[in-house]
Design a protein around this ligand. Structure first.
Ligand code: PHE
Length: 451
């Protein structure tokens, strides 16, 4: 079967970074930092990226590129008849579950970009908290924007790997970085920037506990798109000359820088408005920030308008490139393993996710009374992968590549059959064998006990 292939190194890096950089960086990271002791959290997060996230990413790249197959088939090929292969199927399942609710939140970003362009966020007298609540509880509007977002992703995925994923990532990622730089500059020019930076950068170790480490690992997994078959599937489209360690480092660095810059955009801006406390969760970007756009730019309301529009477009672009990478593993699985024509496979994924996405939308309104273990449906769609499937997947991938996979095979794959040097191979294998499974395992058990 003809398989897609990324055509250039830049395409490889931008598509993979596009998967990693998403709502997790711009909205979730600043909130986690704010809740977990500022710079103390950032330090722990950086350690998690270095010691846990990057080795797992490298393993996913190696598994995907070695097999040139979708995640489910990749594990099947490497461990025929062994239980390890459940990880392949689980990766596809996790991508599918996350995709269903991710498109809902991505739809919100699209709506806010429209609302900002249409001047709906321009009146300082508006109660933006109410505005947001009315939007998400209005079934028609939120469903409409979820569908719109969904249609855009569907279009890109049906164009294929090179003409779809690669081409659009190459346009959207640079655009996203330019918007970030403009917004950081705007934010730093605001009067509250010092206070905002203090909030973000002051380490408060009194807030650090096992919960913090759990949050940091969870954030690293989500932000780097790990254990969901996404990067493994993308890597199956890498050429044999792609430098896997270098690609891993580039993606981790880009992802971390964008997360930090998002904090530099949001907190100085929020602290520029007297009396406004940074809210947690969706409240931060959808409720607090519209006040900021209206009030922070005294005498220059047009700048507030530009800031607001660019900010929601930024969120939208980030969500779009990540959503593409969530759609692709499921489509590739149906196409290659179930032998369904690629366009039809993409349609099946889009339609089923749309139906579940609509249920997620409604769970903020008419279906808000339906609870799964006390959670609304959309929160349950978030919690199941984040709290159970991702940590378990992380442990399986590290044990699989550290213990089960042939060491020579792994080394050959990572060094392109000896053409590249990878000085850290022993440390990498040690981390996979011991440190990562133990660290995630401890945190996971601790979470189950405190549940
Ligand atoms: N990494 C993306 C983000 O930060 C989310 C994502 C998770 C994308 C899993 C793909 C797979 O928002």
């Amino acid at each position: 079967m003809e398989r897609g292939l990324f055509s250039s190194k830049l395409g490889v890096i931008l598509a993979s970074a596009g998967s990693a950089v998403g709502l997790g960086n711009i909205w979730r990271f600043p909130t986690e930092v704010g809740n977990n002791g500022g710079a103390a959290f950032i330090l722990i997060y950086l350690v998690c990226i270095l010691l846990i996230g990057s080795p797992i990413m490298l393993s996913e790249f190696a598994i995907g590129r070695h097999t040139h197959a979708n995640t489910a088939t990749a594990y099947q090929m490497l461990a025929p008849g062994k239980w390890w292969r459940v990880q392949g199927g689980m990766g596809v399942l996790v991508a599918f579950i996350i995709y269903c609710y991710y498109i809902v939140i991505a739809g919100w970003t699209l709506f806010y970009a429209f609302a900002s362009l249409a001047g709906m966020l321009d009146d300082p007298a508006t109660d933006f908290s109410l505005f947001f609540d009315q939007f998400v509880t209005n079934p028609w509007l939120s469903i409409l924007f979820t569908l719109l977002f969904m249609a855009i992703v569907h279009y890109i995925i049906t164009r294929g790997v090179q003409k779809g994923i690669e081409r659009y990532s190459k346009v959207m990622m640079p655009l996203l970085l330019i918007i970030i730089i403009i917004l950081v500059a705007c934010s730093f020019s605001l009067p509250g920037s010092k206070e905002g930076l203090n909030y973000l950068l002051n380490p408060d170790f009194s807030k650090v506990g096992s919960e913090t480490v759990l949050s940091a690992i969870g954030q690293a997994f989500f932000s780097l798109s790990l254990a969901m078959g996404c990067l493994c599937t993308y890597a199956s489209y890498f050429g044999d000359d792609t430098n896997l360690p270098r690609t891993t480092i580039s993606v981790c660095v880009i992802d971390t820088i964008v997360a930090l810059l998002a904090g530099f955009i949001i907190f100085p801006a929020v602290f520029s408005v007297p009396g406004l406390e940074p809210e947690a969760g969706p409240g931060l970007v959808f409720k607090s920030l519209p006040y900021v756009f209206n009030q922070a730019f005294h005498g220059m309301p047009w700048l507030g308008f530009v800031f607001s529009f660019l900010f929601y477009i930024l969120l939208f672009l980030a969500a779009l490139t990540s959503a593409m990478s969530l759609h692709e593993p499921v489509t590739a699985y149906l196409h290659e393993t179930r032998h369904i024509d690629r366009k039809r496979a993409a349609l099946i994924v889009s339609l089923t996710c749309t139906i579940l996405g609509i249920v997620c939308c409604l769970s903020n309104g008419v279906l808000s009374d339906v609870r799964i273990f006390g959670l609304t449906i959309i929160d349950a769609f978030d919690a199941l992968p984040a709290k159970i499937l991702m940590p378990v997947g992380g442990i399986i991938i590290s044990l699989f590549s550290g213990w089960y996979l042939d060491r020579k095979l792994l080394e050959n794959e990572i060094t392109n059959n000896g053409k590249l040097k990878f000085r850290f191979f022993c440390i990498y294998v040690f981390l996979l064998r011991w440190i990562i499974p133990v660290a995630i395992g401890l945190v996971f058990i601790n979470q189950l006990i405190t549940l």
